[in-house]
Structures are given as C-alpha cells and as structure tokens.
Design a protein. Structure first.
Length: 589
C-alpha cells in the first residue's frame, strides 16, 4: 500500500455503515474522523493507513454500496488485446488499466471509478463505452508494470540519452571511500548486472547539469514518476527523467558517492563529494530529504573554475565600485553583504578577499560550509557537532593574529557582538545577513539586541545584492518602446530623456536559440544597492530612525537602489524588462 491510498471519498455515513457491517469499530471510526479534522485527507485513506481495514476489504464494501464491480487484479489474467487499447502513459498517469474487452465495451479497473471526467476522456480517446470497476491501487500499479513491461536500467538509460543532447561524460570520483556493503536497491541491481547503467544515468544527469551551467540539480520523487530539474541562471528547468522504479537506485548511488548511509531513508542527510569531469574538479554539495513518495535530493554544483574573483566582473556601477573599493581599504570595521540565498553573496565576499589577499595580510574565514577553496586564505568550516559555531570560531580567530576576518553569516546577537568587538580591536570584518535591502540591515542588527552606538561606530557599508539573467549574446535583438511605457518601472523622466533616441527607447531581448536552450538568457549579472555609513547615517542609527528615513538619507547621499541598478542594466542591453520586474518587484518606492 502506497502513501496515496484510497482516492475515492468516503463519507461519515458510509463510515457508519462500515461499523454496522462489523468491518470497523465505532471507536476506530471516531479516531479516524478526529484525525481527519486535524490532518485533513480522505476518511477511507485514514482508515486504511491506520490499519483498521484492508484496502481490498474497503473496496469490496464500496463495490456493494455503489453497485460497481470490484476486480482482484492479483489473481486475474489480463488479456493483452484489452491492455493495448489504452496508451501506457495514460494508464500510468491516471493509475488505471483495461482488464476486459467485449465488442464495443471496455472494462477498466480504476482507483476511483466515479471520476466522470476520466471516464469521458477514455471514451473519447478509445472509442469504446467504458465500464469502470474498482481496483486496488497497488494491484493496478503491479498490473501496469506486468502488462506494459518495465524497462531495464539499460533501456531506461538509452531512453534518457535519446532525449538528451550529447552523450555520457566520464566522471571520476576524486575520493570514493564509502562503504558499498549496504543498501538493497543499488546492491540488488549490481547482482542483476544493472548497476553500470545506473552509474551512467547518474553521470549523465550530473554532466548534463555542468554542461548547462546549472547551479543546482533537483531529483524529486513523485507517486508515479521521478522528476529531474536543473536550476539554470536562477530558474528551474525540467529535464529528461528516468522511470520511477530506478529512483531508489539513483539515490543509493548518490549516497555512495557522498559517503552517506544508504540504508537510512527516514532522516535528512547532508554530504559532499568531489568529481573530475573534463579535467576539471567539481565539488557537489548533496542534501537528501525524506518526502512522502520517497527521498528528494538537491545537489549544489560548486565549480571554482567559473568563480569570478575580479570586482569589475560582478556588475558594480562605477559609483558603487568606488564605495566598495574604498571600504575594502579601511583599516578596521564591518562590511556586510545582504540578500536571499542564491543572490551571489559568497561570490562577492570571495572576490573582496581575493582582492586583499597579499603575502603580508593574514585572512581567516569561517563558513558553513566552505564553498570554494582559496589559495593563501585560512578557511574553517562550521562543525556544530563539536561546538564549532560562527561565534566560537570568530572568538578563536582573534587569537590567530588576523588582519581580515570573514564570517559566513551573522545569525544571532552572540556572533554580531563578537564581530563588533573584532572590528573595535582593529580588524576588518566581512559577513552576510538576510535582509531585503541595505538600510534594512541596520534594523536587523538592532533587532538582535546590539546597541546603536556600537553599530554606528563599526559599520562601514552594507551591500544589498541580487542577480538578474543576462540576455543571450547569440540571439540578442533590439526593439523600440515608447518612453512613457517605462514610467511604470520607476524610471525618472530625466533618465528617459537622457536615454531616448528620436523619442524612442531602444531595449534588448533574446529571441531564443540552441545556445540558451530557447530561453533568451545566458548567465547572470549582479545588481547592487550600497549604503555607505557616513556621519548622517551614523546619526540616524543612534536615533534608532525608521528604515525609510535611513533609505531616504542614503538616496540623498547618492545611493543607487536595486531597482535603479537593474534599470541601468536594462538600458545598456544586459537584461530585460521582465527580469527587472521579476527580481526587483518589491523594490519600488
């Protein structure tokens, strides 16, 4: 019995009839009804999952009540001429199977034979009159596999290859010390001689993601299929996926590669592995999460060869780059980079550290985890199991004679106060916060319980950052828009007048091509909002001024907002109107 259970709705009245029939007790019905009130779900499903009644016993009861036949597929031979009338993809998607054909009538076993929509679709598709019958979900799935045939791992691999551009790229584990002695799925496939195609299937998924410049790979279980998606330039894209029957084997292979416990499926696991592909070393950060239909895995691809370490390559406007470079040269203080996960904060910090990485400078970082290894910089990974946290690591750093300290993230008062103490004792500190904009970081620090005079005396700048997709250079085209159409984006009339040509605004977009997978975008570029903490801002911090007042003062001092930064990228042809709205939709005054 799968998690999905009985799909047909069972009313309270039918539940009472089950009690009258002696199939369940009154207390069991009451318990299931109480669970339904708190957890939701269908009553029949809850009764079966609770073990109060078997699926077949419930279906037999429903058969009598609705006057619809119940077919026990476990003991019934299904004729091939009936099965082939309904295409396999339709049968699997709706979990149904034809079990008998007589003249112009087709008998179909279904989870929910009362579903009129599916019955009408089947009649239109097949040309037959449909007689629905009850069937057990698990028996229907088994009958589908038996009747239509289940692909071997080699056939599944060939099918994916036929839908994927390019072939399987050889991938070598730099270190593979995992114990391969446990786990049923992968080991059973080894015994059948089907393990090699599974390895190739995993290699194909990983190599395809790397070739597509994806940042993440998602392998997600469904009740009837497995879905593979790549996050490319911040957006998820569906990819050719293997059959559901190989999901556990693929997960086992990934666990082996990441030195995880392949016999454990009940709790989340995190691991890491290093691969060599096309003479490049790629780090994979692997996260496994148990879900209803199975385990989901997300792999973060860390490719140091694509890491941009020059500040000029990060998309800073000239004014922002001048402020950023100025604060990097300060002898002491705190520089913060804010933004959501995946906004490029780590890249910006690594670029800053690379700029200051000289033989006469001692740089120490504490990260969770270390994403890229930088030569000449002392990097420490958080290990909460042994008490090594951001705060404790930062305190230890102060005894290591550092000049520059980078803390992966400031999450609490203890870490923030330790960072402030480090800045006040002559150290230059870099870190990240999760806030929506640069002025909001000051409010966030105050909410941690830090005294305003400490913040005002140590904070140098706050950088808010996002990433917008860049237009594909291979299929880039220009088009004209009327200036008044841009006013809704928050573009000032003066800015429009300066950028209009013969009363028209020239913008760019991507038509879509093979290079960008028909998306019109290739790569991403940063947009930034930098709040420099000058005397005016310090005074507002001391006053505990509202964030709107701090933002207004920053703008008066020349601060470029995220929306304005994105608009500049739009007008020089780097991105599109759609990207400006998507990424900076909330950054409107």
């Amino acid at each position: 019995m799968t998690e999905k259970g009985i799909s047909i709705n069972i009313s309270k009245k039918l539940g009472e009839m089950l009690v009258s029939s002696g199939l369940i007790t009154a207390s069991q019905l009451a318990s299931a009804l109480d669970r339904q009130k708190t957890e939701g779900g269908k009553l029949g499903q809850l009764l079966v999952h609770s073990g109060y009644i078997t699926e077949k016993a419930l279906l037999s009861f429903l058969s009598k009540q609705f006057g619809i036949e119940f077919v026990d597929l476990a003991v019934r031979e299904i004729p091939a001429d009936a099965v082939k009338i309904i295409p396999e993809n339709i049968a699997r998607r709706n979990n149904l199977i034809a079990v008998e054909k007589k003249e112009n009538r087709l008998k179909v076993a279904m989870e929910d034979p009362l579903n009129i929509v599916i019955l009408d679709d089947l009649k239109m598709m097949t040309g037959y009159d449909i007689t629905p019958v009850f069937g057990s979900e698990t028996d229907i799935i088994s009958a589908i596999d038996k009747s239509y045939g289940v692909k071997s791992s080699k056939e599944a691999l060939d099918d994916i290859l036929s839908r994927t551009k390019g072939g399987v790229t050889d991938i070598a584990l730099v270190s593979e010390d995992a114990d391969k002695g446990g786990g049923d799925d992968f080991i059973s496939l080894e015994a059948k001689g089907e393990a090699a195609p599974i390895v190739q299937m995993v290699n194909l998924i990983i190599s395809s993601a790397i070739k597509a410049h994806a940042s993440d790979i998602h392998i997600e279980p469904g009740y009837k299929d497995t879905r593979v998606r790549f996050r490319i330039d911040g957006v998820l894209h569906n990819q050719p996926s293997p059959p559901k029957k190989f999901h556990n084997a693929i997960l086992s292979r990934l666990k082996i590669m990441s030195t995880l416990d392949i016999s454990e499926r009940r709790v989340p696991q995190d691991g890491r592995t290093k691969l060599r592909i096309d003479d490049r070393e790629i780090d994979l950060r692997v996260s496994i999460l148990p879900c209803g239909p199975g385990e989901k895995v997300v792999m973060r691809i860390l490719d140091s060869s694509g890491l941009k370490l020059k500040l000029e390559d990060l998309g800073f406007e000239p004014e922002n780059l001048a402020i950023f470079s100025k604060c990097l040269k300060a002898p002491h203080g705190i520089n913060l980079v804010t933004g959501p996960t995946g906004s490029g904060k780590s890249t910006t910090l690594y670029s800053a550290l690379a700029t200051m990485n000289e033989p006469d400078v001692n740089i120490v970082t504490i990260e969770d985890p270390i994403e890229y290894n930088l030569e000449g910089i002392n990097q420490v990974g958080v290990n909460a199991d042994v008490g090594l946290t951001f705060a404790s690591g930062l305190r230890s750093f102060l005894r290591q004679d550092p000049d520059i300290i980078m803390v992966g993230e400031i999450r609490d008062f203890e870490t923030m106060s330790t960072a402030i103490n480090a800045a006040m004792t002559g150290h230059l500190v870099f870190s990240t916060l999760h806030t929506n904009d640069a002025p909001g970081a000051i409010t966030r620090i105050g909410m941690m319980g830090v005294e305003p005079f400490l913040t005002s005396s140590t904070l140098l700048m706050v950088v808010a950052q996002r990433l917008v997709r860049s237009i594909c250079k291979n299929c880039k085209e220009t088009y004209e828009v009327k200036p008044e159409m841009m006013l809704g984006l928050g573009v000032s009339k003066a800015f429009l007048d300066n950028n209009a040509k013969n009363g028209k605004i020239i913008l760019s977009r991507g038509k879509g091509c093979d290079v960008c997978a028909q998306t019109g975008y290739k790569g991403r570029v940063g947009i930034h909002e930098i709040l420099e903490v000058n005397d005016v801002i310090r005074g507002l911090i001391i006053e505990k001024a509202h964030v709107a007042k701090i933002k207004a003062a920053g703008r008066k001092n020349g601060m470029i907002t995220l929306r304005e930064s994105a608009i500049r990228k739009l007008f020089v042809g780097l991105t599109t109107v759609e990207e400006v709205i998507r990424v900076t939709g909330s950054d409107v005054d």
